[in-house]
Design a protein around this ligand. Structure first.
Ligand SMILES: [Zn+2]
Length: 469
């Protein structure tokens, strides 16, 4: 061990007799405090050595960085396989169909009457209940393949199903038979929104009876609630591993109101803050995509009014809100088609869409614009953990009325542009002209392929252009 610098300085300063400062004798003569300083110096040198080692390691680490992804790629699949065994290997594509207003005017309900049969006698395909005196399935026979082909299908049911006791009626206070719900179910509908201006046409008891009958028909519902708990439980559906939340609201109740003690939960009223909090709750429950079904706007207006546009922006562009608002708005109520558009969303991010109104799907409003509506197809894609909206396509639907016989017969017909529309009922010359006119009059409202809004390609649903009836 050599002498420290302090020891040498000390000996020179004092002019001592150190002729050989490295000899044992002179070392012994160095003051004790210098030994402590020597230990300190040793410690410092150790620190310097450690720092050099760290630097060497850092250089080696940096040199190995190009190989890091390869190492991780070996490790990651093992971790993923252990932690996420259900992660899909390929992109999952989901299509959800939405139909417009199912508003059963009295003449339409009368057209569905069939001979009453005894419960369970099997003669009536809809038999099994004492009220099985209606059959709506022929009305939907042509359009049903286009609903069944989707992974999920949603309708706006604009009538109570309150039961036969108070009679089946149309405008202004609706009430329709259970068989309407059964036919919708058989045609491929999975979910009905009941939040609309007619949901209280038969009062609170009618609202509850409607939900019960929908469940009886095998249909889910959203928008009206039998309890506070039901109103606070967003509907989240697992569609091939993509979790979609459905919310529903209405702007108007035609002046009706639920009983005071049920006013907080009976009907979901349209309110931006309420929608945002419901969307947040739906996402907490696992929803990756949130769809709001909204009953709003002015009847028979082919363009949205300023309030619809303002609410749309608040719900689709609320990126600052944790809930991220909703992803898609599907509108009803105007009884005519209103535009579809991609709105807001982050630049280059997933699409957010609004269909302001799908028009009529089933009604007795045979005048231009109200005689038709849309099936809107929402296209979703999930890759790994990321689900997103990829577009919204549409298929026009025309309500054919055959008044050549009594009672009037109805058919909901899919209208494929450039293709002959088929029906098992005779189509008049005026009806054929109308079928040609409908796609042309809808194009200015809908056709935006650059935004992912375009006519349905039936083959995308695995359908030929003229599916089996
Ligand atoms: Zn309405």
């Amino acid at each position: 061990m050599g002498l420290c610098e302090k020891q040498l300085t000390c000996s020179l300063d004092r002019g001592s007799s150190w002729e050989d400062p490295r000899s044992r004798s002179t070392q012994r003569r160095c003051p004790r405090r210098h030994r402590a300083l020597s230990a300190l110096t040793l410690a410092m040198r150790s620190v310097f050595a450690a720092r050099r080692a760290v630097l060497v390691f850092a250089v080696l680490f940096a040199a190995s960085l190009p190989a890091l992804p390869w190492v991780l790629s070996l490790v990651y699949p093992l971790a993923a396989a252990a932690v996420m065994p259900a992660l899909p290997e390929e992109n999952v594509r989901v299509t959800i169909a939405f139909i417009g207003d199912v508003i059963p005017h009295e003449r339409l309900v009368d057209s569905a009457r069939v001979a009453r049969t005894r419960p369970g006698d099997g003669e009536n395909p809809r038999g099994g209940t004492a009220a099985a005196a209606y059959d709506f399935t022929p009305i939907l026979r042509h359009v049903a393949p286009y609903l069944r082909a989707a992974d999920y299908a949603v309708a706006n049911l604009e009538t109570p199903l309150a039961g036969p006791e108070s009679g089946y009626t149309g405008f202004p206070l609706f009430n329709a038979p259970l068989e309407l719900a059964l036919a919708l179910r058989q045609a491929g509908i999975d979910l009905c929104t009941t939040a609309n201006n007619h949901c209280l046409d038969r009062g609170w008891s009618g609202l509850v009876a409607t939900i019960d009958r929908l469940a009886q028909a095998g249909l889910a519902h959203v928008g009206t609630n039998r309890s506070l708990t039901e109103s606070q439980t967003p509907l989240v559906v697992d569609l091939k591993g993509v979790h979609v939340g459905f919310l529903a609201y209405t702007e108007t109740l035609n002046g009706h109101s639920p009983p005071r003690e049920r006013g907080t939960y009976a009907v979901n009223r349209l309110d931006v803050d309420r929608v945002a909090s419901d969307a947040a709750l739906a996402r907490l429950l696992g929803a990756e995509i949130v769809v709001a079904l909204v009953h709003w706007g002015d009847e028979y207006q082919r363009q949205p009014h300023a309030r619809q546009i303002a609410v749309t922006r608040a719900l689709l562009e609320s990126e600052a809100v944790l809930s991220r608002g909703v992803d898609v708005i599907i509108g009803h109520h105007s009884h005519v088609v209103q535009p579809i558009a991609r709105v807001g969303g982050l630049a280059g991010g997933p699409g957010k869409y609004v269909a302001y109104s799908l028009g009529n799907f089933l009604s007795n409003q045979p005048w231009r614009y109200s005689d038709s509506g849309l099936i809107a197809y929402l296209h979703l894609e999930k890759s790994g953990f990321r689900a997103r909206v990829t577009g919204l396509s549409y298929l026009p639907v025309y309500v054919q009325r055959d008044v050549s016989r009594f009672p009037t017969r109805y058919r909901a017909l899919p209208v494929l542009p450039g293709r002959e529309t088929l029906s098992d009922l005779p189509l008049s010359r005026a009806q054929r002209a109308r079928l040609t006119q409908i796609p042309a009059e809808l194009d200015p409202l809908l056709f935006r392929p650059e935004e992912g809004v375009q006519p349905l390609d039936p083959s995308a649903l695995g359908l030929s252009e003229t599916p089996a009836r």
